[in-house]
Design a protein around this ligand. Structure first.
Ligand SMILES: [Zn+2]
Length: 243
């Protein structure tokens, strides 16, 4: 066959490409690949000489949530104003999570995964995908009703006004969870000197996050409302993302 000698090298090249591609993928350990995927990680690199920073690495997360609310409302006028009571059900809660990890330029390479700074930044990332964060959000959204508000007399009450009140209430609850997460991110930096020291017992440290003493320590404003969630087996034994 005339074609065979020509096609043979092409075939070899294809195999070589597939093998080298697999080798590149294999360089990112499964733990990091999973976090990159689940936590929407993007990387940025800076030149520590040209752009010196206070800390060598930074991780910032962004959490966006959407939901659907069905509701009913009634109001009564009293001497002090218009008292509105809203019954609502929050459903179809969706999250979009992203993390931006900023590292010095010398770590812009495929074999960065054993570096202690990278591992530290990924502890921050892992905290954002701790399933207990989502459980707290969902529990607080489910418990949102009934909402009571006192508005000035003769204030208009319509669907738009009620939706705005519900949104404010949901956001307040979400922000409480986000504030708790940020407080725990800072506490990790204090405990590890921004990753320069190892935790004495990593598993125990991360397991203790988001449990009752941790919520008390950070003055979590909805402690009473989440108390029943904190006692559940699903919460206490949630599979954690930390390595
Ligand atoms: Zn840190």
């Amino acid at each position: 066959m005339v074609f065979r000698p020509a096609s043979h090298p092409i075939h070899v090249a294809m195999v070589a490409w597939i093998l080298s591609n697999q080798a590149a993928l294999a360089e990112t350990p499964e733990y990091f690949r999973r976090l990159i995927d689940e936590a929407g990680v993007s990387f940025a690199f800076y030149d520590p000489v040209q752009e010196p920073r206070v800390h060598r690495g930074y991780t910032a997360f962004r959490l966006d949530m959407s939901y659907e609310a069905s509701f009913q409302f009634r109001w009564e006028d009293g001497a002090a104003g218009r008292n509105v009571t809203i019954q609502t059900h929050i459903g179809n809660i969706r999250y979009s999570l992203s993390n931006r990890v900023e590292l010095p330029q010398y770590l812009d390479k495929n074999d960065r995964w054993n570096d202690s700074l990278v591992r530290h930044e990924f502890d921050h990332v892992a905290m954002t995908v701790d399933p207990r964060v989502r459980m707290l959000f969902e529990h607080l959204c489910r418990k949102v009703a009934p909402i009571s508000r006192r508005l000035p007399l003769a204030s208009p009450i319509n669907d738009a006004v009620v939706k705005a009140i519900i949104r404010e209430e949901v956001e307040r609850r979400c922000n409480a969870v986000i504030d708790l997460l940020i407080a725990n991110e800072h506490a990790l930096d204090v405990a590890t000197g921004h990753g320069s020291r190892q935790l004495a017992d990593r598993a125990a440290y991360f397991r203790a996050l988001l449990l009752e003493p941790n919520l008390q320590q950070h003055n979590f404003p909805y402690l009473v409302e989440v108390n029943d969630l904190l006692q559940t087996k699903a919460y206490q034994e949630a599979p954690l993302p930390y390595q």
